[in-house]
Design a protein around this ligand. Structure first.
Ligand code: HEM
Length: 499
């Protein structure tokens, strides 16, 4: 029996509407458990404004400005908080933390990995710990030295091509070169096959699809559930991005299959071979489809991050003649001046104080993952800075802000490698370019440092470098779609072989 007839339902609904509206208007201020967290008034009602900021590439900067205005805890969306409180870092990200990664990660890689969870995206803590144990040895200091040949060969190729441009008095766009180089290295490590983008001077179809799928990242980020309907979306660019995702996944699967057919009895020294050899506690190998998913994720996580960081660091060095001079002196002393074309072995670089200070400072000031690394508050809720946060609240820190704490990094917007000569515990704690210390910290950190050291040392030791024309600060400003890059994606330099 119907409780309300159609005739009476309409007036009742109309009568209730003001009550519902009033409740909605008042909710953020009087009823929401997050009502005491300061922030712009609209953040209590909607996250659409953050979608817009994400799309504009300025999310991290916007949230940073909110921290300057409102303090260490800011409400940025109805259910989301950003914090810059150093005491919260261990609680959220530390070894014993029960906070879990949000779906944001799965949605980012959704199409490219056919939604299969892998190390980067897994939110289940046990499943993640198991996978991390299976893969940790692939990235240990001793294992990554086995990848050095692949890195050195690609670096030499790249520098020879830059040299050829210099000899022809042509400018080199280092952003492009680092992009192709880091892709070729990571793809060779992860699929056993570099895409030779260095020589082709263009991204290969697999990488094209990978980036194509990221075109709708702001939508995936904030409205991940819409992903399911992406291939029916009314807007072509969304359908295209989804098609890239699907194609990319298929291409990845094929590359793993081809690799396995060619497998030369497990003697290869790349990451994929080591993944094929990896076993879990029960002696089981990783399923075939996980190999593709894992490789794809490593490429996404490990190439763009490295190439953007390299571009910014070279720019910062060339902007400061004094820093440039000191680095050259250190390299000449450590590597000699006999043969500048040799790509230096990593063992000669990892203890060079000035080179390492430059890299650390570069990753502090121009971080390639500058924004939120979101986590869910666990089911029992959490108390942070005397505030109770209910289950399911999204909370994060962002490197862009912790790296600019003036009490810990004085004059934070200046590039000062020397600050790392007197590294304090508080600097280490707030320094999170690879994520905060804990189980989800970047697994590729040693590999990334190795690449950065080898590439920068090889470049500066071999070439006289100068900007081609004017390189404005504005052109190198950060554009961020979670992964960040210089806004104009260009760093033009002239490279001449040193005598
Ligand atoms: C400069 C280079 C790099 C930067 C700045 C960087 C940054 C980061 C950050 C910030 C995270 C933590 C994300 C979070 O907690 O939300 C992370 C995680 C991760 N990174 Fe990197 N990364 C770099 C290079 C690499 C490389 C070379 C690889 C592998 C080839 C890699 C693979 C990963 C993976 C698999 C994770 C997830 C780890 C887990 O959840 O257990 N990254 N990275």
């Amino acid at each position: 029996m119907a409780i309300l007839s159609t005739d009476s339902a309409v007036p009742v609904a109309l009568a209730l509407l003001p009550v519902i509206l009033l409740y909605w208007v008042l909710y953020p201020w009087y009823f929401s458990p997050l009502r005491l967290i300061p922030g712009p008034w609209w953040a209590g009602y909607t996250k659409w404004w953050l979608v817009y900021k994400t799309w504009a590439g300025v999310r991290a900067k916007t949230i940073h400005d909110l921290h300057l205005k409102y303090g260490p805890y800011v409400r940025v969306a109805p259910n989301e908080i950003s914090t810059s409180d150093s005491k919260a870092i261990t609680a959220i990200y530390g070894v014993n933390s029960e906070f879990t990664k949000t779906e944001f990660y799965q949605y980012q890689l959704r199409g490219m990995t056919d939604a299969k969870p892998e190390l980067f995206t897994m939110s289940d803590r046990k499943a993640h710990a198991k996978r991390r144990r299976e893969l940790a040895h692939l990235f240990s200091m001793s294992t990554i030295t086995e990848y050095e040949d692949i890195i050195a060969r690609n670096v030499l190729e790249c520098l020879n091509l830059i040299s050829a441009e210099g000899k022809a008095d042509k400018a080199s766009n280092l952003y492009d070169w680092w992009h192709y180089l880091s892709m070729d290295i990571t793809c060779e490590l992860c699929f056993g096959n570099g895409f030779d983008m260095l020589h082709k001077g263009a991204v290969n179809p697999y990488i094209h699809d990978m980036y194509g799928s990221l075109m709708i990242e702001p939508v995936r980020w904030h409205f991940g559930w819409l992903n399911k309907y992406a291939s029916w979306a009314p807007f072509k660019f969304i359908r295209d991005a989804e098609a890239c995702s699907v194609r990319g996944y298929e291409r990845g699967t094929k590359m793993v299959q081809e690799y396995k057919l060619k497998e030369d009895k497990g003697r290869r020294k790349d990451l994929l071979q080591k993944m094929i050899n990896a076993r879990d506690e029960d002696g089981k190998p990783l399923p075939d489809e996980d190999l593709n998913v894992q490789s794809t994720s490593f490429i996404l996580a490990g190439s763009h991050t490295t190439s953007s960081s390299l571009t910014w660091i070279v720019w910062r060095i060339l902007k400061s003649p004094e820093i440039h001079r000191k680095l050259n002196e250190e390299l000449d002393e450590a590597l000699g001046t006999q043969d500048r074309k040799i790509v230096p072995p990593h063992a000669k670089l990892d203890n060079l104080p000035y080179l390492n200070c430059i890299i650390k400072e570069g990753l502090r000031i121009d971080t390639s993952v500058p924004g939120s690394t979101p986590r869910y508050v666990p089911p029992e809720g959490a108390v942070l800075a005397d505030r109770f946060l209910p289950r399911g609240t999204i909370i994060s820190i962002q490197a862009y802000t912790t790296h600019r704490d003036p009490a810990v990094f004085p004059d934070p917007n200046s590039f000062k490698p020397e600050r790392w000569l007197d590294e304090t515990a508080e600097m280490r704690h707030l320094y999170v370019p690879f994520g905060a210390d804990g189980p989800r910290k970047c697994i590729g950190i040693h590999l990334a440092y190795m690449e950065l050291r080898v590439i920068l040392a090889a470049l500066f030791h071999r070439f006289e470098l100068r900007f081609h024309g004017e390189v404005s600060d504005a052109s190198m400003d950060m554009h961020e779609l979670w992964l960040a890059a210089p806004v104009e994606q260009r760093l033009s330099i002239i490279a001449k072989e040193k005598a």
